[in-house]
Design a protein around this ligand. Structure first.
Ligand code: ZN
Length: 296
């Protein structure tokens, strides 16, 4: 009897202290501090909240100084499974640039959101990591335009011209081009995104890049008349990168399509897999779906 009680107690202790009872959270780091989008402190908190809602992530936010290169900006990238950039500002210190490239090349995850693809027009490796970018002095020297034509064929267009542009903001349809990829698997073939800037004319090295979803930038709204990349991945060394040009305003980031893209994209960037289901409030082809952000 005594032995039985002893075994039960030991069993209970093992059960309570067992490390396998919950998976280790993925550590994520959001970078902010400079951005021509004044909504940034809020959007960083929104993205932190979205990631933590999945219970998969533990999120830190790191902020640079407000102007110029921050000599003390030296995140420990290696501590994180995924880094998310909400940063569009001055160059990082050279050693931080190098540490970042080594982090992604060595297998670190990276997520680039909206104006973070405006940053660092002249930083060669950053542009290889993000695939495409806009503004920041980008031109035909930066690489081709990449888009889908009316026949659904991907085009690499080397023609001369600026990098980065958008027409007027509006809700727009996002078309799934690869429904087998872990990030887009289960998403509708078309869904309506909440009002946003529809980035077009992005250009860059576009190596090892895979387009998962596009949006048609109509000429009526001032766009190119092309199907522009809206969700895409880049492989850089062993690293996985998820890039979405969506997310201009806090309202744009309240779109359930944006939220799910971020949540799934960050998990995929960190692990190569996605364990999250598509939620029942995901937008449809005809209706937007917005979750009001309750925080500040
Ligand atoms: Zn914007």
């Amino acid at each position: 009897m005594r032995n039985t009680i002893f075994a039960l107690v030991v069993g209970l202790i093992l059960l309570v202290t067992s490390p396998v009872q919950s998976a280790k959270p993925i550590k994520a780091l959001i970078i902010e501090g400079q951005n021509n989008h004044g909504v940034w402190p809020k959007t960083s908190r929104m993205m932190k909240s979205y990631l933590e809602q999945t219970t998969l992530f533990e999120v830190d936010i790191i902020r640079t100084i407000a102007n110029g290169t921050d000599p003390d900006f030296k995140p420990r990238f290696g501590d994180y499974g995924v880094v998310i950039s909400n940063y569009n500002g001055a160059a990082w210190p050279a050693e931080t640039q190098q540490a970042f490239v080594e982090y992604v090349h060595g297998g670190g995850g990276f997520v680039v959101v909206h104006a973070a693809n405006n940053a660092f027009g002249n930083w060669k490796e950053y542009n290889e990591i993000i695939g495409l970018g806009g503004w920041g002095g980008r031109s035909e020297k930066s690489g081709p335009y990449v888009y889908f034509n009316a026949e659904g064929k991907q085009v690499r267009d080397e023609s001369v011209g600026r990098g980065g542009h958008h027409g007027s903001q509006h809700p727009f349809a996002v078309i799934t081009r690869d429904s087998k990829h872990p990030i887009t698997k289960g998403m509708p073939s078309q869904w309506l995104h909440v009002q946003d800037e529809l980035y077009d004319l992005l250009r860059g090295p576009a190596q090892n890049m895979h387009i998962l979803s596009t949006a048609f930038a109509s000429k009526e709204k001032g766009g190119t008349g092309r199907h522009e990349p809206m969700i895409f991945t880049v492989n850089y060394g062993k690293g996985r990168v998820l890039h979405t040009p969506m997310g201009h305003g806090d309202y744009s980031q309240e779109c359930v399509g944006f939220i799910v893209t971020l949540q799934r994209g960050a998990e995929w960037a960190a692990t190569g897999k996605v364990s999250q289901d598509i939620p029942s409030d995901f937008p449809t082809a005809d209706e937007i779906s917005q979750r009001k952000f309750e925080g500040k």
